[in-house]
Design a protein around this ligand. Structure first.
Ligand code: GSH
Length: 406
């Protein structure tokens, strides 16, 4: 990992109030000064982003690299700052996205057409345009049958597969009320994902080690974006799998199999059989696997899951400031969300402190000689993701990794 990361220049949390007093109080409330610094940086980077977007691909509608990602950022800023102009921006960008839907077979929130539809549904709802919101949800639901049919060669992972559609449904319920999409629709998808995992486990003869197995392009990926950890994170959400027995008999032993893949550093490999310990990204490695571990701890209450999650935090602290830059998918901002996940669960100020240090790094955007991403201003590779994180840090207990955490 040393080849991929820059040395972490910050002192670690030492338990003394002096190390945190400029950042937050004993309740985890940010000091007015630090909050002001974050807010000012958000404004400054927004202006840079807006200028940079002038040369972005007008046809990319996706949340990952395209205009829906920018709309999602503004929707988020509207939630935090309550400024109407942010909602208007979200409307402008998502309306643009709706004109450039991929109309391919991509069904996911992040890389397909359901992201634009889901974000538009929420933007319209906030603007009290109920009918247009309803129309977007109806269009979103038209994908349900294809995704739930279990045929058509659809993968199961988050970026291009079934759980990426599941997230679109969960996003609607998170934003518009838990029953907006009845749970049974979510459960149908989860059942197909389970059945697909059982079939693949038998096909590749994993059944003695892992009752579920998944693949993407003939590889068994492990991380959050394409792999097992991302899929299991969704299968553990309350009510997503209707039979609790399935969660215990199928999901839990499969999670334990992922835990056994842990490398000596505490990081996780990108795929089964590839033990190179290089990638400390949300997409591949411990910064993404941590969400599965934290959820497993919440669901099963087994301390080892929390210990493994804490170990992920150590890996991110040591190797998480990446030469790839400041983005969400494979950058410092995405990695910092691992600390926020640990903080929300443990309330240990150490994790909030670490998130603040990564934010400090991100606030020095462009000054570390990092690589410029292919889409420098996008949500998942570029500056929009960094801004999203800096704004989320203003309300640490409500923070969520966008387009992934439910
Ligand atoms: N196109 C991306 C960007 O410009 O930000 C870079 C591609 C990238 O970093 N991909 C991630 C990765 O882990 C997976 S989403 N690549 C393999 C590697 O870094 O070795």
């Amino acid at each position: 990992m040393d080849t991929r990361a820059l040395r972490n220049p910050y002192h670690d949390y030492d338990g003394s109030p002096a190390s945190t007093q400029a950042l937050f109080d004993s309740q985890g409330k940010l000091t007015p000064e630090f909050a002001q610094r974050l807010s000012s940086k958000v404004s400054e980077l927004l202006a840079v982003m807006e200028n940079g977007l002038k040369s972005a691909d007008p046809r990319d509608c996706t949340a990952y690299t395209g205009w829906t990602g920018i709309a999602l950022l503004y929707l988020h800023l509207h939630s935090i700052f309550r400024e109407e102009s942010f909602l208007q921006k979200a409307l402008d960008y998502v309306s643009h996205s709706l004109k450039y839907l991929t109309r391919r077979h991509d069904v996911t929130f992040l890389c397909g057409d359901t992201g634009p539809l889901a974000v538009a549904a929420v933007v319209y709802a906030r603007l009290q345009r109920a009918q247009e919101s309803e129309e977007c949800i109806n269009r979103l639901m038209q994908y349900h049958q294809t995704v739930a049919s279990g045929t058509g060669g659809l993968p199961d992972e988050l970026l291009y597969g079934r759980v990426g559609y599941l997230y679109a449904l969960a996003f609607i319920n998170q934003q518009l009320g838990q029953d907006r999409i009845p749970l049974q629709y979510i459960q149908q998808i989860s059942e197909v994902v389970l059945a697909s995992g059982e079939t693949l486990s038998r096909k590749y003869r994993f059944q003695n080690q892992s009752p579920l197995m998944y693949e993407w392009y003939q590889e068994h990926y492990v991380g959050a974006a394409h792999g097992l950890a991302g899929i299991y994170y969704f299968l553990m959400q309350p009510g997503f799998v209707s039979a609790e027995e399935h969660v215990h008999r199928l999901v839990k032993p499969s999670i334990d199999h992922v835990c056994r893949l842990r490398l000596p550093s505490g990081n996780y490999p990108p795929c089964i059989g590839d033990d190179r310990d290089l990638l400390v990204h949300w997409c591949h490695g411990s910064p993404g696997v941590i969400y599965m571990l934290l959820q497993a701890y919440k669901v099963f209450g087994i301390p080892q899951y929390l210990e493994d999650a804490l170990q992920c935090g150590e890996v991110v602290w040591r190797w998480g400031l990446l030469k790839k830059g400041y983005g969400l998918c494979h950058g410092a901002a995405g990695n910092a969300y691992a600390f926020l996940g640990l903080y929300r669960l443990t309330q240990d100020p150490k994790h909030l402190y670490r998130a603040c240090m990564f934010a400090d790094w991100c606030m020095n955007y462009g000054r570390h000689g990092c690589r410029t991403p292919d889409t420098p201003f996008s949500l998942f590779e570029g500056m929009a993701g960094t801004i999203y994180f800096l704004a989320d840090l203003l309300q640490p207990m409500r923070s969520r990794f966008p387009a992934f955490e439910v």
